[in-house]
Design a protein. Structure first.
Length: 351
């Protein structure tokens, strides 16, 4: 017989009183098993055969029983929850990496508590950690793009396992990132190999760690090749900023090759070149960075640097869960390789 769900009833004084919800004992009676077996199933133990487990789970659904995660956390010493401190300003890379983190934690039985910060100051970062501590997380992933996180006045609180994404590895925590410098070098070298005398650059915002890494690598690659280093044109990751930068670059007939620090700015650049009559790639070659899904459908299809946000998110979760389970010390930073994807937006310079 199915045990009815408990509901609020009226007391003798006329006030509504809430009675207890379904208990493990109710589930045990419904499933015809012992309370200890129900406890094993509720706590994810493996010493229950599959048929019994399914019978207990079905009984839980029928009576409306939900395991008490807080009580389970006190017993097991884990809350099965991960905090993510993330820049409040959304970017393509951060959004994709966050999706990858979520996809990686769900199969492990963890949930995510998201904590956006407007500016990565000591106060905001410490406040975010304090809030996550109050919400009982087992560890924290930091996904803050701004390189101010690397400045000396920022000190991350201790006491929780931490993994940092997209930073300069100046912390005693595991750091996971795509190899930004290698990707920018690949983009610049590709254009030089086609015969261009130099490569112009539309950089991301100066407060971005990724933008800084890509800009420095672009410059170093030109210097190693003995080529002139043009003035940097700074954007803000948006197509509009790429468009405005493109109007400036299109007015200079000596510009034959441009490396944009992300695909969205490259999209704006392509529009500016089209509107001003500069052919791509017949007059100007363009390389982006990210390999967002739409890049293959730009006109012309965009040559770009592919970085794996999915791999970054997966490696970050793996590193954090290892810290949580073993308390292992931080190893070397994990830098994941990038890939040059050649499409139709690059060619040798005009004769």
């Amino acid at each position: 017989m199915t045990v009815p769900r408990q509901t609020a009833t009226s007391s003798a004084s006329g006030h509504a009183t809430r009675r207890r919800g379904p208990s493990m004992a109710d589930v045990a009676r419904e499933a015809g098993v012992s309370g200890q077996t129900v406890s094993r199933v509720a706590n994810g133990k493996t010493n229950v055969d599959d048929a019994t487990r399914e019978r207990v789970l079905a009984a839980m659904r029928r009576v409306g029983y939900r395991p008490n995660s807080a009580a389970r956390a006190l017993r097991n010493g884990q809350f099965r929850s991960i905090g993510v401190i993330i820049s409040a300003l959304p970017t393509f890379g951060n959004s994709r990496t966050l999706d990858a983190i979520a996809a990686a934690v769900v199969p492990e039985g963890f949930s995510i508590i998201l904590m956006p910060v407007t500016r990565p100051t000591q106060g905001e970062v410490t406040g975010a950690f304090s809030t996550l501590n109050e919400q009982a997380v087992d560890g924290v992933i930091i996904l803050i793009e701004q390189h101010q996180l690397d400045q000396s006045e920022i000190e991350l609180p201790h006491g929780l396992p931490v993994v940092v994404i997209d930073s300069s590895a100046r912390y005693d925590y595991p750091v996971v990132d795509n190899d930004q410098a290698d990707g920018a070098a690949r983009a610049t070298s590709h254009l030089l190999s086609l015969g261009h005398s130099t490569v112009w650059h539309i950089a991301g915002p100066p407060q971005s760690y990724s933008a800084e890494r890509r800009r420095k690598s672009w410059q170093a690659t030109l210097e190693r090749a003995g080529r002139p280093v043009p003035p940097v044109v700074v954007g803000d990751w948006s197509p509009e900023s790429g468009y405005q930068a493109g109007l400036r670059l299109a007015a200079d007939p000596t510009v034959t090759a441009v490396f944009a620090a992300n695909d969205q700015m490259a999209l704006g650049l392509l529009r500016a070149l089209h509107e001003t009559g500069r052919g791509v790639p017949s007059e100007v070659s363009v390389v982006g960075f990210d390999d967002m899904e739409e890049s293959a459908h730009f006109w012309p299809p965009l040559t770009t640097i592919r970085q794996s946000f999915e791999a970054v998110g997966r490696h970050a979760v793996e590193a954090l869960l290892t810290e949580i389970e073993t308390g292992a010390e931080a190893g070397e930073p994990v830098l994941l390789p990038t890939e040059l994807v050649i499409r139709s937006s690059t060619a040798p310079p005009p004769a």
